[in-house]
Design a protein around this ligand. Structure first.
Ligand SMILES: [Zn+2]
Length: 333
């Protein structure tokens, strides 16, 4: 006889945080978003995290005594084993925030702490595109390029909490672009939504007014560029094709490093649709070693912006032993 138990996941972002209750199969029972308001300071931020967790439990129609574990995901820089956010560029002015200890103390529950992109990879692994595989690498394509790796069911955190910084795989050394991280030639400097817009602006400056995108100049977005490409705009189509190639180079580097079952692309840019994914696959097949080129699945993520909190919940759940995970021990007691 088992009593179903639930897990809360919380995904803290620069502008908002999203929390939800997840059941033992990875299904979300609730999803609550509250503004992070990082400028109000880290004490406020920690209280806002607790508030979001309570709201998620309430929205799921549960009480806290049905919750077995909590997982919290945040952007870096961080010390994952210590459970501390160090100096996060997206959460200024927070510094050295003991997230895991605070949440564990307030709720008295096993609490996991994880990098947000790692958590998203874990979410897709547990309940999204990666259900049933043993290993995957996730690239999230937003304003930047995030990354996460799950190997045999475990997040690859790295020795210094810097594992799976896939946006900063260096893909160009001959004429490298400057990345948001300050370094040269990173994937993010070519294939994030911001970089796609920047590359397009540069191309428009040289195109003699032919592309329909000239009309959009100030409102140019990755979305508009992908739309124009789909409608046959030559310049836009070239940018999109190059972006698919850059992502394929990043994916191939990862495949040749960890040889995963699956590469997953997530984030806002996957709204570009199946044709874009097909171009990435094409370039992966052309560049990777024959066996991984043929066998590695290359897919889009399935959980959207829920991946982070679902993955954070998965990390919390992994802190429990098998019996506690499904509620068996609590029922026996
Ligand atoms: Zn970089």
């Amino acid at each position: 006889m088992t009593t179903p138990l639930y897990h809360v996941g919380l995904d803290v972002g620069g502008s908002s945080m999203k929390g939800g209750v997840v059941d033992d199969t990875g299904r979300a029972l609730s999803a609550v978003s509250l503004p992070t308001e990082a400028h109000r300071g880290q004490e406020f931020g920690l209280e806002r995290m607790c508030e979001t967790i309570r709201a998620a439990v309430k929205q799921a129609g549960l009480s806290m005594d049905r919750i077995a574990s909590i997982g919290v995901a945040t952007p870096g820089l961080m010390d994952i084993p210590a459970g501390v956010i160090l100096d996060p560029p997206n959460l200024k002015p927070w510094q050295n925030v003991p997230v895991r200890r605070h949440i564990a103390d307030v709720f008295g529950l096993p609490t996991a702490f994880q990098n947000d992109a790692n958590a998203a990879a874990m979410g897709e692994f547990w309940a999204g595109a990666g259900r049933g595989v043993r290993s995957l690498g996730l690239f999230t394509l937003g304003t930047g390029v995030g990354g996460g790796i799950v190997l045999d069911g475990k997040v690859l955190e790295g020795r210094h909490s810097h594992g799976a910084e896939l946006g900063h795989i260096i893909i160009d050394m001959s004429n490298p672009r400057r990345c948001g991280c300050g370094r040269l030639g990173c994937l993010e400097a070519y294939a994030s939504a911001n970089s796609v817009v920047l590359r397009t602006r540069e191309a428009l400056d040289k195109d003699g007014g032919r592309s329909a995108l000239h009309r959009l100049k100030e409102e140019l977005s990755a979305r508009a560029i992908f739309d124009a490409a789909a409608k046959g705009d030559e310049l836009a189509a070239r940018i999109v094709e190059e972006t698919a190639l850059y992502l394929a180079v990043g994916a191939t580097c990862l495949m040749h490093t960890i040889d995963p079952d699956m590469i997953v692309f997530g984030g806002g840019m996957i709204a570009a649709g199946p044709a874009f994914l097909e171009r990435i696959r094409h370039h992966v097949r052309a560049r990777a070693f024959p066996v991984p080129a043929e066998r590695t699945q290359v897919r889009y993520a399935e959980l959207g912006s829920d991946a982070g909190f679902i993955g954070a919940a998965a990390c919390g759940r992994l802190l429990l032993d098998g019996a506690a995970r499904t509620g068996a021990r609590r029922a026996e007691g």
